[in-house]
Design a protein around this ligand. Structure first.
Ligand code: 1PR
Length: 542
């Protein structure tokens, strides 16, 4: 019987961690009661969500004292993300909540004046102690971070700090190690093979720091090494034969022009996701593109896709399509929060909200710009953290001759409309582009950010499937409007399109679908080209 325990308090995706541990040949059991913590020979605490909800949950389950006793006993303890932060005294995130206070210090919010917050993506760690290679941590690798709060590095924390990371001009504690305690701010279970090496090191560790703890002479900053992310997107639906397939549209039309107008079939979702992980994609996004059709919650086909994908894919997984309140045919109502919870428990790290975000913004504007706290965005962000909520935008261009012709936010475009119009606004659509609404993208993204969204997935219907490059004007405009990360999407056809989007806009990530599915441009070629052009990317063999 395994004596390795997982301290899961029910928030977020711990399935991926369990899958990673299983892949490494170990068995892990969930902590079900306070006694389990005391029985454990090794304990992992993958804190997910927010500092306050994590601590409140530990308190309500009577886990705090056993956890402190466990750590004091000298048995190996690993904390991940919030699992690291809760060891500290307090956090800006939940000022009235006490942490475990094992390390004296405060967790602080990143400054978003000059950078996107959350800090989301792959970044380096710089070791602050010599000789501690035992955890498999390497200064040459990058690891997956996703957080808005961090512990700023100060000399007081030198003895605790195994490694620091720089984000913008801020240096924070990214790995702590002292005695039997080892914690990472990044997610090893989402950091590809580099992360699996770290998990394996912890699993093999006996909890004794037999390594010298000599502080490095040099404590100067590592450089900010946050890489640009390359995301493979899988649009999934059932074809006319009833099989779940990855498809791809041209401007959202997924049916073949000939061949009886069949739904294009480009492969199986789980197999393709696995292929993209092995080829070096930094994230995988699944979009259930016919989610506007009603389906009982328990039958959602993407739940099984996620469960199976998370067994072999160790980078972040996003699921979109149908994240909204759902009514089963028997009348049972499931809130969007419940729906998202099912997906997180099945292996998703983020949920992407499309149509429901548009409706939520419409209600916000109708209600006199008041947040109600009850939208899917707000409820999911509160429970699982802002970083778990992506807004998928499906806009299309509407040309006007002059800004006075519309009340919407317009841009002057260098690509005039059919009648030579020099201005355009971007209209939001719902139901996979089937219906346009009286909301522009600028309104949508700024309000969604207020509601707590952590990232924007910015599609463009005019560009989708055209292979003609990203809509740089749209991406630049949106990136300037929000402080959260923006994923550029729609239109990638060549490696040059990726460098163009990163050179001409501050997009944090670039997503593509068709060119990857049709094997026209492999992920590795994109990354090699970006690297040759001086753009930081994660190496496929990281
Ligand atoms: O409204 O919350 O249920 O979510 C539905 C989701 O399904 C939305 O994220 C919406 O973008 C997506 N969707 C709906 N219909 C389609 C369709 O294509 N008919 N796919 C669709 C949107 C766009 C991108 C695509 C990029 C890159 N697909 O995801 O992958 O444009 O493509 P490219 O590189 O080949 O140009 P809800």
């Amino acid at each position: 019987m395994s004596e390795l325990y997982l301290l899961d308090y029910g928030a977020g995706n711990v399935r991926s961690l369990v899958n990673a541990i299983t892949k490494l040949g170990y068995e892990i059991r969930p902590v079900n009661q306070p006694d389990d913590i005391l029985k454990a020979k090794k304990l992992i605490f993958p804190g997910v969500g927010a500092f306050g909800s994590a601590m409140t949950s530990l308190v309500s389950k009577n886990y705090v004292d056993p956890l402190k006793k466990y750590i004091a006993s000298g048995r190996p303890f690993m904390g991940i993300c919030i699992g690291l932060q809760t060891l500290f005294t307090s956090s800006d995130e939940s000022p009235d909540v006490h942490g475990l206070n094992i390390v004296n210090g405060r967790v602080k919010l990143f400054d978003n004046a000059t950078k996107s917050v959350p800090h989301m993506g792959w970044n380096k760690t710089l070791k602050r102690k010599q000789g501690l290679s035992a955890f498999g941590l390497s200064d040459d690798r990058v690891y997956y971070f996703v957080h808005s709060y961090a512990v700023p590095y100060t000399e007081d924390l030198a003895t605790w700090t195994l490694a620091t990371t720089q984000y913008g001009d801020e240096i924070f504690v990214s790995v702590i190690q002292k005695d039997n305690i080892f914690c990472t701010q990044f997610h090893p279970e989402k950091s590809g093979y580099a992360g699996l090496r770290i998990l394996r090191s912890f699993l093999e560790w006996n909890g004794v720091s037999d390594q010298p703890t000599i502080l490095c002479d040099s404590v100067e900053a590592s450089s900010d090494y946050l890489t640009k992310r390359i995301i493979a997107c899988l649009d999934v639906r059932t074809n006319d034969q009833g099989d779940l397939v990855v498809t791809k549209g041209d401007q959202y039309d997924v049916r073949e022009r000939d061949n009886g107008g069949q739904v294009r079939n480009l492969g199986k979702p789980v197999d393709l996701a696995r292929r993209y992980f092995e080829e070096g994609a930094d994230e995988i996004t699944f979009l259930n593109i016919t989610s506007f059709r009603n389906c009982p919650l328990a039958d959602l086909p993407m739940l099984e896709v996620l469960r199976r994908t998370s067994e072999t894919v160790f980078v972040p997984l996003t699921i979109g399509g149908g994240i909204r309140d759902v009514v089963d045919p028997d009348g049972k109502l499931h809130s969007a929060l419940d729906v998202a919870g099912q997906y997180f428990r099945s292996g998703a790290d983020k949920v992407s909200i499309g149509s429901d975000a548009v409706y939520a913004v419409e209600r916000y504007l109708e209600n006199g710009y008041k947040l109600n706290g009850d939208t899917a965005i707000e409820t999911i962000a509160k429970a699982y953290g802002n970083q778990a909520v992506v807004i998928s935008v499906d806009p299309r261009r509407v040309y006007v001759s002059s800004p006075n012709e519309t009340a919407h936010h317009v841009i002057k475009t260098i690509y005039p409309g059919p009648q030579g119009q020099e201005y355009c606004w971007y209209q939001c659509t719902v139901k996979g582009g089937r219906e346009g609404r009286d909301i522009d993208v600028h309104q949508l993204v700024t309000v969604c950010e207020k509601m707590g969204a952590g990232e924007i997935l910015l599609n463009c219907m005019d560009k989708d499937g055209t292979n003609s490059g990203y809509d740089i004007e749209l991406i630049d405009d949106v990136k300037k409007a929000v402080g959260i990360p923006v994923i550029a999407s729609s239109g990638a056809g060549r490696v040059e399109h990726f460098s163009e989007v990163f050179e001409r806009t501050k997009a944090d990530a670039a997503l593509a679908a068709g060119i990857f599915h049709r094997k026209e441009v492999p992920v590795a070629d994109v990354k090699n080209y970006l690297r040759e052009n001086g753009i930081l990317v994660r190496s496929p063999d990281n």
